[in-house]
Ligand binder design. Structure first.
Ligand SMILES: Cc1ncc(C[n+]2csc(CCOP(=O)(O)OP(=O)(O)O)c2C)c(N)n1
Ligand code: SF4
Length: 770
């Protein structure tokens, strides 16, 4: 990876000799700075869920934790909503609490944010700001943090990694102040700040940290059993409005407390964070107003124009909530015109939130006649260069000279479309007839009531054209695609697929291309099952109403990673309970691979992932893998199965059955063990022995449950191929640490759990009522 080093403009003037504390120089990104701050603050609990670009905060903390560098309890939520709930509960418990997220993660957690503020429970949430879907774009803008503006959280803006580090300390202290008692969000720019490394100074003096933060004050807590209290009562009129008055007063108190805390921080670090950062504003007649990293770029533009004798400056809030309205009024009184740039639109409001709030602030000042231009820029990570800053100043200048704003609101940097600019077509869509080759024949076994499948020989399968075009960007050896090909080989007729977010989705649909030669949908990471169930019902209803031909014969298939079945478990269980005619096929590669191999609940005990790191004191994941197939079995679906890409005939037989059940009876769930050489740390071509060992050790038993009857489809005991789990663990880099003698008890524990689950499965296989 190349690391881009940018000149650190923001603190060049602020690196004064520090007051009283020892500090040391580090070369860190914003995410690393947030993790270092968390370690130094010593939070009690972190609840989190991975999402780019904020994931590294948890990953860095996991690495440090594995080496015993901190003892923050790190809890991986089942999604961001769950993570936010974990944080709320933990914060109610009276300790210091941390979370970090981005984009969809913030939106998924959003519901929890007003509760946290409304019940006045402090914690710290880092946001590496990123564009929200849809369509999906993982790069930075401010469309996520703008959703948090009305939640009652204090919002600090960190323009560079140093500010991320410093403002995390400030966040703890501000939020816990007895007059404030509010949660605090620290927002920094995705990738620009979260990933680019800069020189930063960090505390080298734990005493100074402790002295600055003090002990967390005691607020009412359900853990204080001497003083029983009700947390979160049902409110009556006028209680709620009075509660909100108190919240508003707390925000007002924060206006006073924030500068005090930042001044105190400055005395010990030597770094100043004014509520409103004003650059070369002393005699400015023109200004631009921007948030975070773009403001730093605009400062370069201001320098350039100043050198030409232009009186220009840059304003940029370090605090967004409470909004520094008075500071803006004062700063802008002598300014003739400004361009306010928003990295997110408030659609239909003729400006993004920052520009609307600046306008509202100065409107209250009778002495202010500043002309305001609103510009939306930098969406989806579009770069903002000094030349863009110059353009903003020029536009403000034109308004100042003419005395009027001809274009109050516009997008900056968008390119007009060209009708003749069509993407190069990939392979043409594939008609059902071309791929329906009768590779599987089904009949009902009268004795058992089960479906029997007769497959054409495997070599014949190669003649089936592929519903996925070649040219996707998966890693060499990735198991997701052999899995998909095997599935598609036997599926007949028209198929509509929905992919939840994950590797298989990301590598097949980079706009404007697609590898899918059939109808494909992507909605959100977690909501695929609900979405597809809606489509299924519309399909049947439109046939019933005669709007679609009754001869139509579509099979609906959802593809998800194991991670998608964590965060999407709720919608999937709902779909299963409603028994829609569709199937959910999970390729289980034992982690959140698309975002950098974080632990999923399917990750087995002891396995190394980027959030279950292995180090001097921790040996990988600390709880057993989720048995998703059994969870769906408990929903009493017509058909549930497990399979592996390493057993193609078994997998294809089961998929053929799945199609029949999904078309005729209701929902099917299938879990398919799928190879990930990159994150299992194996050779690219090691799929066969590694998957075989997982199956032969009974870690991943192959079975099906048809109308409630369990049948093991491959029994390593019966064929005398049963191996201890250590034979599997030794084949992968992610588990090699488990083979060292001190980890023998862990391997014994894993073996015991595998044996227990296998005995249970065998009992179910043998008994028709289990
Ligand atoms: C609400 C939300 N939270 C988090 C993410 C980030 N995210 C996208 S894909 C992914 C992991 C997918 O893991 P899995 O389903 O196992 O598929 P894989 O990447 O392993 O193929 C994560 C964490 C997101 N897109 N949306
Ligand atoms: S990270 Fe793993 S699952 Fe993702 S594309 Fe690479 S090999 Fe496949």
């Amino acid at each position: 990876m190349t690391i881009q080093i940018l000149a650190d403009l923001s603190h060049a003037a602020d690196l004064r000799p520090s007051g009283t504390v020892r500090q040391k120089l580090e070369f860190r990104s914003g995410n690393e700075a947030a993790a270092l701050a968390a370690r130094d603050i010593g939070f009690h609990v972190m609840g989190y869920f991975p999402i780019t670009p904020s994931t590294e905060v948890a990953e860095n903390l996991s690495e440090m934790q594995a080496d015993g560098e901190h003892d923050i309890v790190m809890i991986a939520g089942d999604g961001e909503h769950g993570a936010a709930g974990i944080c709320y509960g933990a914060a109610l418990g009276g300790g210091r609490v941390l979370n970090a997220t981005s984009a969809q993660g913030l939106l998924f957690a959003l519901e929890q944010l007003p509760v946290q503020a409304g019940t006045r429970v402090p914690m710290v949430l880092n946001i590496a700001a990123r564009s929200v879907s849809g369509p999906l774009d993982i790069r930075g803008d401010h469309s996520d943090i703008y959703y948090a503006l009305n939640t009652g959280w204090i919002m600090l803006c960190a323009r560079d990694p140093q500010a991320v580090y410093d403002l995390n300390f400030a966040a703890v202290k501000i939020g816990e102040h007895s007059d404030v008692r509010l949660p605090v969000l620290v927002a920094y720019d995705g990738f620009v700040t979260s990933h680019q490394k800069r020189r930063i100074q960090v505390f080298d003096d734990p005493e100074a940290v402790r002295g600055f933060l003090g002990k967390r004050p005691d607020f009412p807590s359900p853990l204080d059993t001497e003083h029983p209290a009700t947390f979160g009562p049902y409110m009556n009129d006028p209680d709620l409005i009075n509660n909100k008055v108190q919240l508003s007063q707390a925000m007002e108190a924060a206006r006073r407390v924030i500068p005090e805390v930042l001044a105190e921080l400055e005395t010990i670090t030597g770094r100043a964070y004014p509520v409103l950062d004003a650059y070369r504003m002393e005699d400015a007649q023109l200004a631009t107003v921007l948030l975070n990293s773009a403001a730093e770029t605009a400062k370069e533009a201001a320098d350039e124009l100043r050198a030409q004798g232009k009186r220009v400056g840059v304003l940029s809030p370090n605090v967004l909530r409470p909004f520094p309205a008075e500071e803006f009024r004062r700063a802008l009184r002598p300014v003739k015109a400004i361009t306010v740039g928003d990295r997110a639109d408030s659609y239909g409001a003729d400006g993004g939130n920052l520009s609307l709030e600046v306008r509202a602030a100065i409107q209250l000042d009778p002495e202010n006649s500043t002309l305001v231009l609103s510009r939306i820029y930098g969406l989806g990570g579009k770069d903002f260069y000094a030349a863009d800053g110059v353009r903003f100043f020029e536009q403000a200048d034109a308004a100042a000279k003419s005395g009027r704003v001809t274009e109050p609101f516009a997008y900056h940097g968008a390119t007009p479309g060209r009708l003749d600019n069509r993407p190069r077509p990939g392979l043409p869509p594939i008609p059902a007839a071309e791929v329906s080759r009768g590779m599987a024949k089904l009949r009902r076994d009268e004795a058992t009531g089960r479906l029997k499948v007769e497959l054409e020989p495997l070599w014949k399968m190669t003649s089936v054209p592929n519903r996925i075009a070649p040219g996707h960007g998966a890693c060499p050896g990735c198991g997701a695609f052999p899995t998909l090909h095997q599935i598609y080989n036997v599926l007949e007729g028209d198929i509509v697929v929905l992919f939840q977010t994950g590797c298989a989705m990301v590598v097949t649909t980079g706009y404007p291309s697609t590898a899918h030669r059939i109808n494909y949908i992507h909605n959100l990471f977690q909501n695929g099952a609900a979405t597809l169930s809606g489509l299924v019902e519309m399909y049947h209803e439109r046939i019933r109403r005669g709007e679609l031909p009754a001869s139509k014969d579509i099979t609906f298939v959802m593809i998800s990673g194991d991670g998608g079945m964590d965060i999407g478990m709720g919608p999937a269980i709902g779909t299963a309970n409603r028994n829609h005619r569709m199937m959910i096929l999970e390729y289980d590669n034992q982690g959140y691979m698309n975002t950098g191999a974080q632990l999923s609940y399917a990750t087995p005990f002891g396995h190394r992932t980027s959030t279950s790191e292995v180090g001097k004191v921790l040996p990988g994941k600390r709880y057993h893998h989720k048995d998703t197939a059994q969870i769906f079995a408990a929903c009493h679906l017509p058909y549930v199965f497990t399979a592996s890409e390493g057993y193609p005939e078994d997998l294809m037989r089961k998929v053929a059955k799945a199609q029949w059940y999904a078309k005729n009876e209701g929902m099917v769930y299938g879990k398919i063990l799928s190879f990930c050489p990159l994150n299992w740390r194996t050779a690219d071509d090691a799929a066969q022995p590694v998957l075989q060992a997982a199956i032969d050790s009974c870690f991943f038993p192959l079975y099906e449950i048809e109308h409630g009857h369990t049948a093991i489809t491959y029994d390593p005991d019966a064929t005398d191929r049963r191996h201890p789990v250590s034979d599997w663990l030794k084949l992968m880099g992610k588990t090699r640490h488990l083979l060292s003698p001190e980890n023998t008890p862990i391997v014994q524990g894993i073996q015991a759990e595998i044996d227990r689950r296998w005995r249970r499965l065998k009992a179910m296989h043998e008994h028709p009522d289990l």
